[in-house]
Design a protein around this ligand. Structure first.
Ligand SMILES: O=P(O)(O)O[C@H]1O[C@H](CO)[C@@H](O)[C@H]1O
Ligand SMILES: O=c1cc[nH]c(=O)[nH]1
Length: 291
């Protein structure tokens, strides 16, 4: 029987939760929360195949307008999302774009609009197990710029700003609980964040941004606004296809940029490979692995 390390479980060369191993998925990946959104994402690609489906983690790979692209659902919330980022990092994924849905908390944001987050309020709890509260949950500038460029190209109506990632959908987002249970901290949260200019509530961006910065990965987030909490409207799926298209296009933009402008790390590791071919194995050298 295969001996499996309990501290970093890998089963048949696949990460224990996401069921993916090195090479199974392209290093540029879309991260919806909902496994059902993988179908909608695959329908927008020119080539698409499902790769694995274990627990909440459903994955696919394909090609969008010449760009190799992957997708993995994270499930709802920071805990399952942290597992996804941990395991994706170990198999060489370096660029993560959350494609989610959101409840806007500003009155001028319409249901069906998109929100591109450049930072996230860390109410989701999972990131607190990785870094103190002073550590920011910030998206990567390159990914944010690619998302903005993509939204402009596609003529999508978008808002750029800070989002709030919560640990729960109800009390964490100032909704009453069962039998109208509430308390002052929950009731005050939405109004306080609205005054601070925060655009809306979702549940995963802060985890993705925090872990990505710690692990030197790139990340960003585009969400479809399916609800507005001020105007009290809700249209499931409003803007979801647009969010997916913006994320696809951003991956294409990033891949083009990465090809024409290799990073210092990539250049150095390519050099190490070339030297290794000439002179044999160098101590501590690793093959190039994306930007
Ligand atoms: O639409 P997704 O990506 O699942 O995201 C949003 O929807 C879920 C709540 O309904 C949370 O995961 C929230 O972040
Ligand atoms: O209100 C909403 C809508 C989508 N996702 C959330 O987390 N909250």
């Amino acid at each position: 029987m295969e001996r499996i390390s309990a501290s970093a479980p890998v089963v048949n060369n696949k990460m224990y939760h996401i069921s993916l191993g090195p090479g199974d998925i392209p290093p540029y990946i879309l991260l919806p929360g909902d496994p059902g959104r993988i179908d909608a994402i695959m329908r927008t690609w020119d080539e698409a195949e499902e790769v694995a489906f274990h627990r909440e983690y459903r994955s696919a790979r394909g090609v969008y307008r010449g760009a190799r692209i992957g997708a993995l659902s994270t499930g709802i919330g920071g805990a399952s999302t942290a597992i996804a980022v941990e395991e994706l990092a170990r198999i060489g994924v370096h660029t993560l774009i959350r494609v989610g849905t959101m409840g806007a908390i500003q009155p001028d944001i319409k249901v069906g609009d998109l929100v591109i987050g450049f930072g996230a309020v860390r109410y989701e709890c999972a990131s607190s197990e990785y870094a103190p509260p002073e550590y920011p949950a910030a998206a990567s500038p390159e990914v944010v710029m690619a998302l903005v460029e993509a939204a402009e190209r596609l003529g999508a109506r978008y808002h750029l700003g800070i989002v709030a990632s919560t640990a729960t959908f109800h009390l964490g987002q100032s909704r009453p609980g069962y039998r109208d249970y509430t308390w002052s901290g929950s009731r005050a949260r939405m109004e306080n964040l609205r005054r601070m200019g925060v655009l809306g509530f979702e549940m995963e961006a802060a985890t993705i941004f925090t872990l990505s910065n710690i692990y030197r990965l790139r990340s960003g987030c585009v969400c479809a606004v399916i609800a507005n909490r001020v105007t009290d409207e809700f249209i499931p799926e409003a803007g979801v296809r647009e969010a997916i298209m913006v994320a696809n296009e951003a991956v294409r933009i990033l891949q083009e940029a990465d090809k024409s402008r290799p990073t210092l790390r990539h250049t150095l590791s390519s050099l190490a490979v070339a030297l290794e071919k000439l002179y044999g194995k160098l101590p501590g050298s690793t093959p190039p692995r994306g930007p």
